[in-house]
Design a protein around this ligand. Structure first.
Ligand code: C2E
Ligand code: CA
Ligand code: CA
Length: 852
């Protein structure tokens, strides 16, 4: 055996040393020793348990063991010493090592010696089996992962920590091969083990250890050979220490310095970038590219709302690149963003999978987000958005990190605050502080831009100036503040009435300007203005304690008729306003002719409004003839207006007005009811009336309740009777094709036949035509006229007819006036004919005669 006596301590007797050691040790173990004694005890241990054991004369132990085995009385004193030392050493190690860091150096040797000693003792003495048990306990309780293997790498002994560090549960490893315990061990370990078995010591300060569940730990390991009595390698002693926590700590430091990096990059961006949207995008980019976040999302909304006016979002893709994800990708499936804004408090979630606040976890987990933080941002002392950061790990955000992130949020808030203040200054330059409306400069700006668009799209623009009558009187008699309040209230009323695409501005003291962009005619503009004036200036205003009615005047100028540039149009509106102020009219157009035609048109409208209730409408009927036999197979109803002043008015003069004003809806319904009533009238008189095709306006068809209306009317028709068919102009049908298909389908299910009117004048796509539920095509009169004039005219009609037949539709020719046309159409297999050749549209009684 190789236990050597320490030269330095040779002057002291063994007993002295043992006594001293024991005294210190027991004081320490009894908890009575101060730190110095503790350190002394530690120092003894540090110099190596081997040396502690080395002071014993092994021949003595050997002798004692032999004697014990032979049943001879062991000298009590010596025997106790041995046991005490071993016992104390065991305790010593478990205590000291638990308190201090584990000491590897010399430790391997110690264990080997203990092992050999144990073997030696064990060979000879039952009495010493107890020490083997202690040794086993010592190793078992060692607060380090230790394993002692034999030459074949089978486990002899191991510590509990070995089992727990390697998650081996309470398996009994004794006798198992290391390869059985770690079947996944990489092949290069065989070489390491081999070298150690040849006497080498191997160690590694940091190695990754992949666990079966895919998670990784970091370990530090050391492998020593141990020797038998015969100086041969008996096997290996392995020590390992899981250092994941320390590694994480190191990584956290790296990460925190990264965050400091983001902080300075963001601050640089704040100084450099003046545009909020650009800044927001840059912040997200920095957070993802420099901050190692999986995703960064930043939404800016004013006044603590979630109506984000600027949003950016950047997601990590692969190792370093990042892409902007759609701003619509707001990570607010659970309303957390709204909550962060509302409360102004940070929301932190370090384990998304188990956080009850997050309702759509899959959305996050799918993208690999496991932790997230939402930092509220502020501007002008109000919540103004949220910065959301997502990380790929659990527990990503700790206190230190949060502290730095809050600082970043403060910096961003500072930038937002600054930008908001700047915007406020800009706002004052373009908005009127009293009414909050755009001012004259902004009005001109918008007018100019709209003119460009209108010029390109050949659209109409209308500028209306509205000015108070005798506003100075109000200021003089009530004071300026009342005048201001009046303007404010007038602005408020008008703002509520004006459609969002139109611009209302406060352009001067008591003058407002309104730009209309969506008007179809001067009459349309007059309507809008009349309604605006009635709603806003009809009700009285509260002036101080008085209720007062105030009146305004308006001047109107239009693009392009009254000028091609914004200043000319505006000036002409001013001229019109001036004239209006001098006249009795509430408003005037710039061009006198316009006033006359608008007035005429408005009179017509007014008369039309009354026409329905005064029963001035009537229906005429024109028969449809079957080309093959010449028999009447149906009729078309055509609207007429018996205007008391000017007699029968043709539909082309008033149907567009009915459509523009929406009057076509009640009138259209009346037409169907009238047609059914006329039909019944005929059948009551014993006639066999024919189905009536009514013309349906696009305005009617567009109504969401069109089908309901049809059903209601259809309800009055006896079961099975076929009274109504529909005619719809081609160009209208393509407007909202999907909806129209549904509506027409429903009409068909009620037994109505559907005809496309004026076919050839629209722009039907053939593919749509086949999808539409259509029974008949009515070829427009212009083609019938052209048929006799040229070969190509004939070819068109011929191909329309064969096209219609190929998709199983019937064809009606409109406006057939001549015998030649009839013959040709018959030759071309046109199904039905309609026109003056047979009959003009007839009033009910004349149609009745025809039916006879
Ligand atoms: P439309 O639906 O194409 O009606 C055919 C028009 O051609 C009718 O004009 C009819 O009088 C006229 N016509 C018929 N045969 C001949 C002919 O041989 N030669 C000539 N030159 N003309 C012929 P009307 O009645 O003036 O109607 C004009 C348009 O007004 C109709 O065209 C239709 O679009 C619309 N309309 C008429 N009644 C109604 C109605 O009740 N509701 C709706 N929404 N629109 C209607
Ligand atoms: Ca028609
Ligand atoms: Ca037609």
């Amino acid at each position: 055996m190789k236990f050597s006596q320490s030269g330095k301590d040779s002057s002291r007797s063994q007993i002295d040393f043992i006594n001293e050691y024991q005294t210190e040790l027991s004081a320490y173990l009894a908890g009575q020793a101060d730190e110095e004694a503790l350190l002394r005890a530690y120092e003894l241990g540090r110099q190596g348990a081997a040396r502690q054991l080395g002071i014993l004369d092994l021949s003595e132990i050997h002798q004692a063991a032999m004697q014990a085995a032979a049943g001879i009385d062991v000298p009590t004193r010596e025997g106790r010493q041995i046991e005490t030392i071993i016992a104390r050493s065991t305790e010593f190690f478990s205590q000291v090592l638990a308190t201090f860091d584990m000491m590897y150096r010399g430790y391997g040797e110690t264990i080997a010696q203990l092992q050999s000693l144990n073997a030696a003792l064990n060979q000879h003495s039952h009495a010493l089996q107890r020490s083997e048990e202690r040794l086993r306990l010592f190793i078992w309780h060692t607060p380090a992962a230790v394993a002692i293997l034999d030459k074949d790498l089978r486990y002899l002994q191991y510590s509990a920590r070995w089992l727990s560090d390697y998650r081996l549960g309470d398996r009994d490893l004794t006798g198992l091969s290391h390869y059985e315990v770690f079947p996944e061990i990489p092949p290069h370990w065989r070489e390491i083990f081999q070298r150690c078995l040849e006497g080498a010591v191997n160690k590694c300060e940091e190695a990754q250890f992949l666990r079966a569940d895919g998670s990784a730990d970091y370990v530090r390991w050391e492998i020593h050979p141990w020797y038998t009595d015969h100086q041969e390698v008996g096997g290996l002693i392995m020590f390992t220490e899981v250092i994941t926590d320390r590694k994480n700590q190191e990584r956290k430091i790296v990460r925190l310095s990264r965050i400091r990096g983001i902080m300075s990059a963001i601050n640089a961006a704040i100084i450099r970038i003046a545009d909020r949207s650009v800044l927001i995008r840059e912040i997200c980019r920095i957070a993802v590219e420099h901050g190692q976040f999986r995703m960064a999302w930043l939404g800016y909304a004013e006044h603590g709302t979630t109506a984000f006016t600027s949003v950016a979002s950047v997601q990590r893709v692969g190792a370093s690149s990042s892409v902007a994800v759609s701003p619509a990708d707001i990570p607010d499936a659970s309303g957390l963003v709204a909550r962060a804004i509302k409360s102004g408090k940070t929301i932190l979630c370090n384990n998304i999978a188990h956080d009850r606040r997050i309702s759509h976890k899959e959305e996050y987990l799918k993208r690999g987000y496991h932790s997230l933080v939402m930092l509220p941002l502020f501007a002008l002392e109000q919540p103004a958005g949220v910065l959301t950061l997502c990380a790929g790990e659990h527990n990503f955000f700790d206190q230190e990190e949060m502290k730095l992130l809050r600082e970043i949020a403060d910096d961003i808030s500072f930038a937002f605050d600054h930008l908001a203040k700047e915007e406020k200054i800009n706002y004052l330059a373009y908005y009127d502080a009293l009414t909050d409306l755009p001012n004259r400069a902004l009005f001109f700006d918008r007018l100019q831009r709209h003119i460009e668009v209108a010029r390109r799209d050949a659209q109409l623009l209308v500028v209306i100036l509205i000015d108070f009558d005798r506003f100075s009187n109000i200021n003089d008699s009530y004071g300026r503040h009342v005048g201001d309040a009046l303007l404010k209230e007038a602005a408020r009323r008008m703002k509520n009435r004006v459609a969002s695409e139109n611009t209302l501005s406060h352009v001067g003291a008591d003058r407002f300007a309104l730009l209309l962009t969506n008007v179809v005619s001067a009459a349309d503009a007059a309507h809008i203005l009349e309604r605006l004036l009635e709603d806003c200036y009809g009700p009285a205003f509260q002036l101080d304690s008085d209720e007062q009615y105030v009146s305004v005047k308006a001047g109107i100028a239009m693009f392009p008729s009254d000028g091609s540039e914004y200043d000319a149009i505006y000036k002409n509106a001013e001229i019109a306003l001036r004239k209006a102020k001098k006249s009795d009219e509430a408003y005037l157009f710039y061009r006198p002719g316009m006033n006359a035609s608008v007035a005429k048109r408005l009179t017509l409208e007014n008369r039309l409004y009354r026409a329905l209730e005064r029963e001035e409408f009537t229906l005429y009927y024109q028969p449809k003839i079957l080309a093959a036999t010449g028999r009447i197979v149906g009729m078309e109803s055509l609207l007429r207006w018996n205007e008391p002043h000017s007699g029968v008015v043709q539909p082309s003069a008033f149907i567009p007005i009915l459509e523009e004003t929406g009057m076509i809806l009640p009138v259209g319904q009346w037409i169907m009811e009238r047609a059914i009533a006329d039909y019944r009238h005929w059948s009551d008189r014993g006639l066999t009336p024919l189905p009536i095709a009514v013309n349906v306006s696009v305005i009617q068809l567009r109504q969401r309740n069109f089908i309901d209306m049809l059903k209601k009317i259809h309800g009055s028709i006896p079961e099975g009777a076929h009274i109504l068919d529909l005619e719809i102009t081609e160009s209208m049908l393509m407007e909202d094709i999907e909806q129209n298909i549904k509506k027409l389908q429903a009409a068909r299910e009620m037994g109505m036949k559907i005809a496309i009117d004026d076919f050839g004048t629209g722009y039907s796509s053939l593919s749509y035509l086949t999808r539409l539920p259509i029974d008949l095509l009515k070829i427009d009169r212009s083609f019938i006229l052209g048929m006799n004039e040229s070969a190509s005219g004939l070819a068109i009609v011929s191909s329309i007819i064969s096209l219609a037949h190929s998709i199983e539709m019937q064809v009606v020719a409109e406006g057939v006036e001549e015998e030649d046309q009839r013959k040709l159409l018959k030759l071309l297999s046109c199904d039905q004919l309609q026109g003056y050749l047979y009959s003009k549209p007839l009033p009910v009684n004349e149609m009745e005669a025809l039916l006879h």
